[in-house]
Design a protein around this ligand. Structure first.
Ligand SMILES: Nc1nc2c(ncn2[C@@H]2O[C@H](COP(=O)(O)OP(=O)(O)OP(=O)(O)O)[C@@H](O)[C@H]2O)c(=O)[nH]1
Ligand SMILES: [Mg+2]
Length: 469
């Protein structure tokens, strides 16, 4: 994006377009107030709008004089605003025609239509937030579960920014000590032996103050992914074992067709629910069987593909029918993926014992006996899944900072340079080499905050936003 564009005034509809109580049109930039005043009519024509106040009035077409909408308009003078610029928000009635008309008038009055994420981008470029906070805004908007929201909130508050700034400060200090030494290091080391002890104390500061906490943040990435992006469970089993019944039971609604005939489900059906504060995507699949017809075999291919995307396989076995070669095919398809074995239809007399199941499939652990038709069993299953896959990430991520994938890559880069710097400090290497590694660790950390203003990176991040944010 051309940074010159920062000087103009942008506008956009900030709420979803459609019929609703209120629709918001937002303006930001040096001309925001002047632009809005051209189309806003208040009963007192000489009214001076004070900053951070809300006023009642009408939007008027300045050319025809037509009254377009009855609105509340707020004016907030920068820098105490979302973008740090002057901001005006017009609260209109929400409808396709009204919002379109008002936006048209704002554009005609001189504002430019904002690009996706441009308001937040301005907040970033004007220094109100750093890049980790801007990313948290997207996460916040997208978040569909409590845990994801908590993580996003921590970043939005600037906790990660604070942490990274502390690390940068420690590294900058260490680096300046090293550099001060570079000119006279050899003499000093020989005459007084100060250098090794300085190195020791720098080493401790860098390891304790930066490398160790940085590594713990990195270690949380995988668990944080569960909280942020959720988990995918896939229901697999031979035909008619109750996979679709289980999907419906987990979701608490009739999502998939259930019939007594095997081969009912032929596509992959998916939906989501929240488990332990985490978003869970669950896939119901076509039953895996030996001699499928053409449609079914396509379905089975999709089942295998779904298995490869899933975090956990929920393998359903019909406990009321004898085990068969089809169950073995399922077992083989699951391979060594994380798997929970569910012995379904526990309300019917069992056709085999749990021991014989374990003999059949060696290495299989703790099958859970249940019925998709019994709500108490479903509660038990959910508790078991929460315990197995969600409790630990939630506990470990507690109030910690958890990087997203971009931040993780920056942290890994920084860690790599820090390890080299540590090694060099331990071996009393030349100051220049140590300083070089510290500098490169700092660059990686600065990239987390977006200090390098890499335009492509900024485009990649902000274009994920909607227009109006
Ligand atoms: N008694 C009993 N019947 C069940 C239970 N779970 C499912 N069923 C019945 O088993 C039959 C098959 O259920 P579905 O949920 O369609 O099984 P599916 O595994 O999705 O079958 P396909 O899609 O054909 O692979 C239906 O008649 C269900 O009502 C259970 O726990 N107990
Ligand atoms: Mg089914």
């Amino acid at each position: 994006m051309d940074f010159e564009l920062l000087k103009d005034t942008i506008c956009a509809i900030a709420t979803p377009v459609g019929e609703a109580g209120i629709g918001l049109i937002r303006l930001s930039g040096p001309e925001a107030l002047e632009t809005a005043r051209k189309i806003f009519r208040h009963k007192d024509p000489d009214l001076v709008l004070r900053s951070h106040t809300l006023r009642y009035g009408w939007i008027v077409d300045p050319v025809s004089g037509e009254l377009v909408d009855e609105v509340l308009m707020s004016y907030m003078a920068g820098p105490r605003t979302y973008t740090c610029e002057d901001v005006v928000e017009i609260n209109c009635h929400s409808g396709y025609a009204v919002l379109d008309r008002v936006l048209g008038l704002v554009l005609a009055a001189g504002a430019r239509l904002a690009q996706p994420g441009e308001f937040t981008r301005r907040a970033f470029l004007n220094g109100r937030i750093d890049l980790s906070q801007a990313e948290a805004v997207i996460e916040m908007i997208r978040s569909r579960s409590e845990q994801g929201l908590l993580l996003a909130n921590r970043h939005l508050r600037g906790d990660f920014r604070q942490l990274v700034e502390d690390w940068l400060e420690i590294l900058a200090q260490a680096q300046s000590h090293i550099e001060a030494l570079i000119d006279f290091s050899e003499d000093l080391a020989e005459e007084t032996g100060q250098e090794p002890s300085l190195y020791e104390s720098l080493l401790e500061k860098v390891v304790e103050g930066v490398a160790r906490p940085l590594r713990s943040a990195l270690n949380l990435f995988e668990e944080g992914r569960v909280l942020r992006d959720g988990l995918t469970f896939v229901l697999v089993g031979k035909p008619n074992v109750g996979k679709s019944s289980m999907l419906n039971a987990l979701l608490g609604k009739d999502r998939a067709i259930v019939t007594a005939a095997p081969g009912t489900t032929r596509d992959v059906i998916e939906d989501t629910f929240v488990l332990g504060g985490v978003q869970v995507r669950v896939l119901d699949t076509a039953g895996i069987r030996g001699e499928p017809d053409e449609i079914e075999s396509r379905g089975i291919e999709m089942t295998i593909r779904s298995l490869s995307q899933a975090d956990v396989a929920l393998w359903l076995i019909d406990h009321s029918r004898p085990l068969s070669g089809e169950d073995r095919r399922v077992f083989e398809a699951i391979g060594d993926r994380p798997c929970v074995v569910l012995l379904n239809k526990s309300d019917l007399p069992p056709a085999f014992s749990v021991e014989s199941l374990k003999e059949h499939f060696s290495g299989l652990s703790g099958p859970l006996s249940l019925s998709a038709k019994n709500p108490l069993d479903i509660d038990g299953l959910k508790a078991r899944l929460t315990e197995a896959f969600i409790r630990k990430p939630v506990k470990n991520c507690g109030s910690q900072i958890v990087p997203n994938i971009r931040q993780k890559e920056c942290l890994e880069g920084a860690m790599n340079s820090l390890s080299k710097a540590e090694e060099l400090l331990r071996s009393n290497a030349y100051g220049e080499l140590i300083s070089f590694e510290m500098e490169s660790a700092r660059k990686q950390l600065e990239a987390i905050l977006g200090r390098s203003h890499d335009v492509e990176l900024l485009d990649r991040i902000f274009l994920q936003f909607c227009v109006g944010k």
